[in-house]
Ligand binder design. Structure first.
Ligand code: C2E
Ligand code: MG
Ligand code: MG
Ligand code: MG
Length: 279
């Protein structure tokens, strides 16, 4: 092929850019309708203990767009934040989670299960954040100690005192707070002593590299030590293989999540998993 100074490449790049911009703008326009039309749902990924027993799940939002198919949660959360729909999206997920938890708690063999939802920093920054969360949960008359809120360090980027104050309200109300993607944030470690969290989740990037990368191994060890010193529960996310799970065993991590144990499943498939696990 004859090169033409990259002119075609530039053209193709422009076209792809334009396509992506069009898609984003179309997604922005249809998000509110999609939320109301039932094109949003949640999938559940199991959480397991050291004995590989299922002990709970994490709710992960899904948007099945009529034209574009499944939109990745990071993309859809980004869009929701841009167009001020993050609160309705977050509320949708919380309502779904409460409905599921309520159903689990109505049966003896599933009432011990925990359920985690992810919160975006922008939700937490809202003035009425804690009232909104507690108001929704109160509608369901749950044992809400089984509800886990997963936050990331990005929540601290704006007003650290405000974030701590709000999280403390939720913690005192009885919710369980988890710090997601730990080790990837930009914050200094000093916030750990003031943040009222119960748990840290080791980011999957470290777990992924634990076999071949001695640095990743040291990160896992350091995070586990830190978590133990602060008396925090420790979760490992992104466990994909038996080899990785075996490499994690010496660190005595409390909870495991990842494709090795279970992929995120739609609600019917997760129900099936529960039946298999508890019958
Ligand atoms: P996250 O909370 O850290 O969730 C874990 C992500 O890793 C999920 O991706 C999950 O499908 C994926 N995962 C689980 N096990 C494995 C594994 O073994 N290997 C690999 N490579 N990946 C694994 P997903 O569902 O695409 O979500 C991505 C991120 O989007 C989440 O990361 C979370 O930050 C955000 N997110 C998802 N649902 C929500 C939501 O309802 N609200 C908010 N605010 N954010 C959400
Ligand atoms: Mg999470
Ligand atoms: Mg995570
Ligand atoms: Mg992550």
């Amino acid at each position: 092929h004859v090169k033409n100074g990259g002119k075609n490449d530039a053209l193709i790049f422009d076209l792809n850019m334009q396509k992506e911009l069009d898609r984003t703008s179309s997604l922005q326009k249809s998000m509110r309708d999609s939320l109301e039309n039932g094109d949003f749902c949640i999938h559940l990924q199991g959480k397991y203990n050291q004995q590989k027993t299922l002990i709970g799940a994490e709710a992960l939002v899904r948007w099945e767009h009529p034209e574009y198919g499944f939109i990745s949660p990071l993309k859809l959360i980004g869009i929701a934040e841009e167009i001020n729909l993050i609160v309705p999206v977050g509320n949708f997920v919380l309502h779904q989670a409460c409905t599921i938890l309520k159903a689990w708690q109505s049966k003896n063999n599933t009432k011990h299960l925990t359920l985690a939802v992810n919160l975006s920093a922008q939700q937490i920054w809202q003035e009425d954040f804690t009232d909104n969360i507690i108001g929704i949960i109160e509608q369901y008359k749950l044992d809400h100690s089984k509800l886990i809120l997963e936050i990331t360090e990005s929540v601290l980027l704006r007003d650290m005192n405000d974030a701590v104050k709000k999280l403390l309200i939720l913690k005192n109300y009885g919710l369980y707070l988890s710090l997601d993607d730990f080790g990837t944030g930009y914050s200094s470690l000093s916030y750990l002593k003031s943040l009222p969290i119960d748990e840290i989740k080791i980011d999957k990037s470290f777990v992924n590299d634990i076999i071949d990368d001695s640095q990743a191994k040291m990160m896992v060890k350091s995070i586990v030590d830190l978590g133990n010193n602060f008396n925090l529960n420790i979760v490992s996310e992104g466990v994909e293989t038996e080899k990785q799970f075996n490499a994690l065993i010496p660190y005595n991590i409390d909870v495991y999540q990842g494709f090795y144990f279970s992929k995120p499943l739609d609600l019917a498939s997760f129900e099936q998993l529960l039946i298999e696990s508890y019958s």
